[in-house]
Design a protein. Structure first.
Length: 225
């Protein structure tokens, strides 16, 4: 399966791959984050409908980050349900990522959102997963399929045995639960080898796999076809 994380980018000529951090921060602070989430989902599903070769040629998954305001939005899940029903995309094509700290802070909302997404066939990704007791409770949420380790866990793995043991512990826990683990901000092939040796399933790295415009996926699929 091919896996991609779909992110907003500024689209400016000077920095086409730059994230619009100021806009995202302002949207969340003013309770408008779910509007951005809806925009990303609408754009993504629209793009997939117009480029069916991208997902018809093999298993593929696109994950979208959810802001805290989306978890508060009582109409958000219904919006997702309607979008998926109209698209007729295979179940599991669209996944959703939630920052672990946000999931803990909004635990009363998160359980309902996770259950609803699971019912719709959307995998759940826990981002920036930390080695804290309360984080382990998040693994009980329905539909969790991927656990992205917080960078501070993996940054010292080559010199700190506690970090190595911690990574191995999370990996084993995830495997028992039928989940995959992901390491972020992996910059070198040597780091990837260490992570592989510790049992981590995937790495997400701008150095090893830089961000690209979504249209590049269609061009790749068309070339292979």
């Amino acid at each position: 399966m091919k896996r991609y994380e779909v992110l907003l980018r500024s689209g400016s000529e000077d920095a086409p791959n730059a994230a619009p951090h100021a806009m995202l921060k302002a949207a969340v602070e003013n309770g408008l984050g779910s509007l951005l989430d809806r925009r990303v989902i609408t754009e993504l599903i629209g793009w997939l409908i117009h480029h069916p070769s991208t997902w018809q040629s093999g298993a593929i998954m696109f994950s979208v980050n959810l802001t805290s305001t989306a978890l508060h939005d009582e109409h958000f899940i219904k919006f997702i349900e309607l979008c998926l029903a109209k698209s007729s995309l295979p179940k599991g094509t669209i996944a959703f990522e939630v920052d672990s700290s946000t999931a803990l802070m909004l635990a009363d909302k998160m359980s309902g959102v996770a259950a609803a997404l699971h019912r719709l066939g959307c995998p759940l990704v826990l981002d920036d997963f930390a080695l804290r007791t309360e984080c382990f409770e998040l693994l009980r949420l329905p539909g969790v399929r991927y656990v992205k380790l917080a960078p501070e866990i993996t940054s010292k793995m080559r010199t700190d045995k506690i970090s190595q043991a911690a990574i191995t512990g999370v990996v084993q826990m995830a495997r028992v639960l039928g989940m995959h683990t992901v390491a972020k901000h992996t910059d070198t092939a040597a780091e990837q080898e260490w992570l592989t040796a510790l049992g981590v399933d995937f790495v997400q790295s701008n150095a090893l796999s830089p961000a690209a415009a979504i249209d590049s996926l269609h061009m790749t699929a068309g070339a292979k076809g």
